[in-house]
Ligand binder design. Structure first.
Ligand SMILES: Nc1ncnc2c1ncn2[C@@H]1O[C@H](COP(=O)(O)OP(=O)(O)O)[C@@H](O)[C@H]1O
Ligand SMILES: [Mg+2]
Length: 150
């Protein structure tokens, strides 16, 4: 749903959910409604709770991020990960990179944390480590940094 602010996007979506529950007898927890910000998700949730007189918060009205984390938590073990993983934000990962550099006695001039974070992000987004070869001369310790980071 793409339209200007205050034009009724949230209203259309929440009304649709209410219709599905009341007229089509679809359980509210079988309906997925996702949006970008926590604020918008909270608003959708509150309006649905109010319209349907729910005594609980519908768990599948949420943000893209929270939905993804929830699915990963349910499926983590199928991917060989533990379900109690934590999501690192930018600050967390920078701190970790700095710790790794310190532990390996590498100076942050030749190994710029921001640059390294960038490379790691590229690897993880593309599921491809070949970008490491590109830095074989300028940052020969990068593969080891990546390994320790993981
Ligand atoms: N068709 C409509 N009839 C009456 N009020 C509406 C209608 N569409 C939106 N509104 C009201 O206008 C305001 C903004 O609507 P909202 O759905 O929050 O917009 P958006 O999500 O696009 O910013 C809300 O107070 C909503 O209740
Ligand atoms: Mg809205």
């Amino acid at each position: 749903m793409l339209a200007g602010a205050g034009s009724g996007k949230t209203r259309v979506i929440t009304q649709k959910i209410v219709y599905m529950v009341e007229n089509l007898s679809i359980p509210v927890n079988r309906i997925l409604a996702i949006t970008f910000t926590n604020k918008a998700a909270q608003e959708m949730k509150e309006r649905v709770v109010e319209a349907l007189h729910l005594d609980h918060q519908p768990q599948w009205i949420t943000t893209f991020h929270s939905l993804s984390a929830k699915i990963l938590r349910i499926e983590a073990e199928n991917l060989g990960y533990s379900r109690d993983f934590v999501v690192y934000d930018e600050e967390d990962s920078k701190k970790l990179i700095k710790d790794v550099l310190k532990e390996m006695n590498l100076d942050s001039e030749s190994y710029k944390p921001e640059k390294i974070r960038n490379v790691i992000s590229q690897i993880k987004q593309n599921l491809d480590e070949s970008v490491l070869d590109f830095y074989a001369f300028t940052m020969p310790h990068l593969p080891k940094i990546y390994e320790n980071y993981n």
